[in-house]
Ligand binder design. Structure first.
Ligand SMILES: C[S@@+](CC[C@H](N)C(=O)[O-])C[C@H]1O[C@@H](n2cnc3c(N)ncnc32)[C@H](O)[C@@H]1O
Length: 215
């Protein structure tokens, strides 16, 4: 199956070659039920659903969790992309289209729902801070997680602890962004190092960016 991460004329956390590198990880592990923490404008979400649909037809599920504009529990969290605050685009046409014609906030739950409409029977979008909501989500079926939400030490540790508690010893996958030099956030690196050391877990560094933990 050819892997082609599409941008859907929106912003994505996985620009350029990174989208396809991400899809290669999905393809390698071939999951059916995926959780994404940090949905942003839904581009990776849509690519995950496109991939799962091609592989499994309608037998798949996607859960996406994001603040979607709601309040953060932790005061200190990732520095939000300025895009989230004022939705600026360097592309003038995009700026006119989204801000003046559609007047659409691409990081709103409504906008992401629209982008994922084709898969409405298979998806669930949850608005909230993972420090509060993650423990309430049923994670039993999930076999692949893309961890890319809050990037503070506290949030990454919280998220990993909850995920690991329900995925432990099942050879499931937690793919974490922003660990390696290519997109480095020091709090993310420290949280992953401390957590994996505490639980005696090995991990793989992928293309000097992602970390893949097999539970
Ligand atoms: C880097 S972006 C995610 C990019 C997305 N995975 C992609 O590939 O396009 C991080 C997202 O995490 C969300 N976020 C930040 N802190 C969060 C938290 N504590 N709980 C849930 N979502 C959070 C932000 O609203 C933002 O949309």
């Amino acid at each position: 199956m050819s892997l082609n991460y599409k941008s859907y004329w929106r912003k994505s956390g996985l620009k350029g070659k990174w989208g396809n590198i991400f899809l290669e990880r999905l393809s390698k592990h071939n999951p059916k039920n995926v959780l994404e923490i940090g949905v942003f404008c839904g581009v990776t979400a849509r690519n995950i659903c496109d991939f799962l649909y091609k592989k499994n037809n309608i037998n798949f599920s996607y859960i996406g969790v994001d603040l979607f504009g709601s309040d953060k529990a932790q005061k200190k969290d990732e520095i939000e992309p300025t895009f989230l605050k004022n939705q600026k685009f360097s592309n003038l046409l995009k700026n006119i289209y989204y801000n003046y014609i559609l007047k659409e906030n691409l990081n709103s739950i409504e906008s992401v729902k629209k982008l994922l409409k084709k898969y409405s029977q298979n998806i669930k979008l949850i608005a909230g801070d993972t420090n509060k909501v993650l423990k309430k989500i049923d994670l039993q079926k999930i076999d692949f997680v893309f961890l890319d939400g809050g990037h503070s030490y506290e949030t990454v540790t919280n998220d990993l602890s909850i995920l690991y508690a329900s995925m432990k010893d099942q050879k499931k996958v937690i793919l974490c962004d922003d660990y390696g030099k290519e997109s480095h956030i020091s709090e993310v690196e420290k949280a992953i190092n401390d957590f994996t050391k505490k639980k005696n877990l090995k991990f793989n560094l992928i293309e000097n960016r992602f970390v893949e933990i097999i539970t």
